[in-house]
Each structure stands twice: as structure tokens, then as C-alpha cells.
Write a protein that binds this ligand. Sequence first.
Ligand code: SF4
Ligand code: SF4
Ligand code: SF4
Ligand code: FES
Length: 575
Amino acid sequence: MDMINLKIDGNDILVAKGTTILEAARQFNIDIPTLCFLKEINEVGSCRMCVVEVEGSKKLQPSCVTKVSEGMVIRTNSRQVRDTRKVILELLLSNHNRECLSCERNLSCELQKLSKEMGIETPDFPRMEAAEQKVQLSPSIVRDQSKCILCGRCISVCEKIQNVGVISFANRSYETTVTTPFNHDLTELDCINCGQCIKFCPVGALKEKDDTDAVWDALENPDLHVVVQTAPAVRVALGEEFGLPVGTNVEGKMVTALKRLGFDKVFDTNFTADLTILEEGTELLNRVKNGGKLPLITSCSPGWIKFCEHNYHDFLDNLSSCKSPQQMFGAVAKSYYAQKAGVDPEKIFVVSIMPCTAKKYEAKREEMQVDDLRDVDAVLTTRELAKMIKQSRMDFVNLNDGKYDSILGDSTGAAVIFGTTGGVMEAALRTVADVLTGEDLKNIEYTPVRGLEGIKEASVNINGMDVKVAVAHGTGNAAKLLDRIRSGESNYHFIEVMACPGGCINGGGQPIIMDKNKTDEVKMKRAQGLYQIDKDSKFRKSHENPEVKRVYEEYFIEPNSHKAHHLLHTKYVER
Ligand code: SF4
Ligand code: SF4
Ligand code: SF4
Ligand code: FES
């Protein structure tokens, strides 16, 4: 490898050719502030926050896009550098709606953090008339143009990671904005509501639609029986909002907090994740036996479903007809549970706590209702639940561990790993392998489908049959995988797709990761949290879930039965 000698802040440094000044400095623990930069995603050099002095160059250079060269002498911390960065920041703040106290991103905002670090108390520049444009762009996303710093990260993430590309810059100079074609609402476009743009926005210009008021109202309504379900990935991320280490399992504290908030019953989406495996596994086995459409593709991720509906119409028949676990839960709560508990289904209000912004959209889809009753009435993200807990002044970290209520609260290790990429596939393989062999197999960890590689493939021999599977996360990767199938290059029996990179552990509704360089590390720690819960679980296969067995005995009779189809399955449409 060709190496380059250079000097940064008086230190002699040797780095590989092609390295940027920013990377070279970071390799030697010299921190340079950035705003627009996202490695390999948004390397546009537009904000100038990362400028440094390069000897022999008249102008300061943006370190994030300037490559090192032999003998370079760089100063990252001179007065000129510090003053210039401060002016850049003050100019940004002069055109910014500085309502930090009430801002969604107070304490998780990169602009606020930099201002504090650079000692800006009152910007020297007078405040310009900031655009006041709080617009609800979809059931999932709200934009506040008055806080946008035009870094372009959302545009790049939407286009390069998610392969969607529904937002872009419009106009020029002072009029520049980030918007959609013809300023249309995202609902009218191909936006999949994944919320990845929110996660990468450095400031409070993008956020989820806040549904906490609707939930407070329901909790205060004595006529309603309010039940809540919590998705697998929430339990290993919620703790971050209260200062706990990334990946800490706070399931018990979360259950206690929800009971204290006043929910009549606290249930687990893991219950319907197990139910999904029984329904989807049966669908797979039927398709294999009867020559049905293959590969079967999972339908748990509403962002992925919408992506498929817009872009891959020829794969709609490959999608499993199963509703997502969130929607299955609502349908079961308002039928089986209502009957068992003797509650009028019309009085049941179902709240979901999800790592996901796309679930807000999914709950509002026309087909997500049974006999005129919506499956799910309100969806909150992990961040919104944290907000409600904070509003209620609970000492979350010191809460005792609570237990989920019966009869929709039991779950298995297979269900909890739904929260990370590869988890649905692994859970399905555990059940399908037992069914095909007629045995209680002990070797149940399918490691080839684990990890953060964008597309994972495996061939698993079950009872003499080679079951070929693939896993993709991030819709950009899903597109690549489907293109391979379209071209005949690859062939599978079963595919898992999650819209968000890493799966639900990194969903658009999860706690914001302030240091974007640590995104993969955070995903891994959250995933490890889920795998640990799986390892410690009494039951690790979905078909072993005692309450799931009971719901079939008492209500659905068998997977894919007529009643199961009526409540738990749906159809997807070309958009
Ligand atoms: S985006 Fe950041 S700087 Fe702007 S108001 Fe919100 S917290 Fe404050
Ligand atoms: S929600 Fe997802 S698809 Fe929609 S604009 Fe944001 S990144 Fe793009
Ligand atoms: S909305 Fe956020 S991510 Fe997008 S350009 Fe504005 S500040 Fe950057
Ligand atoms: S971070 Fe380098 S120009 Fe924006």
C-alpha cells in the first residue's frame, strides 16, 4: 500500500494514499468538527465546518473531502481555523429557528452541541427571518424548514441507502430549500416512511409525527380499555434515552413504566411475532409442497412493503400474505382477547410502541382493519414512549422489573430476534426445520444469516432438502437482491427483507445516534442485546410458545385456517 508522510498539528504522521485529512486526523485522535459529512453517503463538502489550514494554500480547505498529499503540513486548531468555524456556525444559527428548549432534538442536536463546544452564547449575527414551515409530510414524517441547515444528508440517505430518492434541493442561494418534487406531500410520492432521513438529520428539521396526545387522551378516557404492545427492538434501545448503555435490556422496566402510565394491559408484539412464524412458515411449506410462487418474501416491514408496491410489482405475489406482527396483534386483541376478557372490541384501544416510523403509516392503511374495526389505533416510536415516561416524571432507571400480562404476553427467543436483520429468517428456519424433520432440533443458531452485511445468503440442508435463503436490509440492498433474481442470476426459496439498515434495531423511531461514526457499533450492541435475550429464553422456537399453542387450540384451529386468514392475512397493491 502506498503511504504518505504528513504533519498534523506538529505531529509526523504516516497514512495510506487516498486518505482524507479528516480521516488522517481521526486516526491520530485529533477531532475535527463536521456537519454535512457522512462517510460514503454525503461527502459533498458543503458546510465548511471541517476547514483546516494547509500550508501553501491561500484558502482554508474542507478536511472531509481533501485528500492528503506527500509532505502536507496541516493545522486543525489555529486561531484562523477556530474563528472561521465559529463564523460559519454563527451564520447557520442566524438563519435558524433557535427554539432549543422546546425542540425535539434538544440535547441530541449536532448544531447545538457544536455551538456549546465552540463557546457560542449569542451569535454575533442578527437573527434573520427564518422560514416557518412546519409541515406534516405524511402520517409518519414532519418537516420544520426553519431548522434545516441544508446539509443534504437526508437527500443522500434517501437516495443512496434506501434507493428511494423523493427529496432534493430546490431553488438557489437564500431561497434554497429541501423539498419534494412540486412540493408534494410524501404520501403522494414513493416515500416508504422509513424515517432514515430523520435519523441522519443533524438537527430538529425532521421528526416523526407526534401521536403522544392521542395516547394520553385514550388513557384518560374511562370508557376505553387501552392495551399496549411493545415491539422486539424497543427493549434494547429505550434505555439509551435514560442514559443506560447501548443494548441494555430494559424490558422489565418498560413493562412497569407502561403499567404506571395507566395502560389496562401490557402485552408483547413478540407474541404475534411467534404467531407470524407459524402462519408464514406454513405458507412457505405449502408453497414448496404445492408448487406455489417462490421465493416467498417476508412482509413484516411496512417500509419494505411500500417499496415493493412502488418499484417491484412483479414481486407482489411473492410477498407473504401475513400482516406484520403489529397488525396481527391488533386483530387478535380485538377478537380473541376481547372475547376471553369479556370486553367490547369497540372499546378496545390498541397502542403500539414501535422502533419504526413506517408503522404509523401501516396502521392507517385502508386494509388494516377487520369488520370495520381498525387493528391498531395509535403508534408511538421508542422516542415518543421515552417522552411520555419523562413527562410522567418516573425514575425509569430505578424501576422494578414488571411482567407482561397474559394472554398475549408470552414469547420465545425466536420472536425477540425479529428485531434485527436475519432474525425473522432464523426464527422461521427453527420452526420449518422441526416441522420438516419431525424432531426437536438442538442446533438452532443459524449464524450465516446474522450480522450487518447488506445481503446475506445461505443454503440450509433440512431433511435432505437444500433450503436456499437470502436476507437483505435497507431497501437499497433489497433492490440489488431483487434485481439479481429478476435477471435469473440468483434463486431462493425464502427471503427476508427489512427496510432499515440493520433491521428494526436501527428503525426510524429508535433513539438518535449522535455520533454517526458509531452507527454500526450501536446496531451491533442492540442486536447483541436481542441475541442475549434469545439465549436466555426458556423457549427458543415460535411453535413452543404456550400462549400461541393455546390461541390455535381455542380460536384459530390451525395456521392458515379460514379464521386465521380473515384476521391475520392481507393483500398488497400496485402503487
Ligand atoms: S435544531 Fe438544535 S439548535 Fe435548532 S432549535 Fe433544535 S436543538 Fe436547538
Ligand atoms: S422516510 Fe425514508 S423514503 Fe421517505 S423521505 Fe425519508 S428516507 Fe426517504
Ligand atoms: S432536513 Fe435535516 S438532513 Fe435534510 S438538509 Fe435539512 S438539516 Fe440536513
Ligand atoms: S463536514 Fe466537511 S464540509 Fe461539511
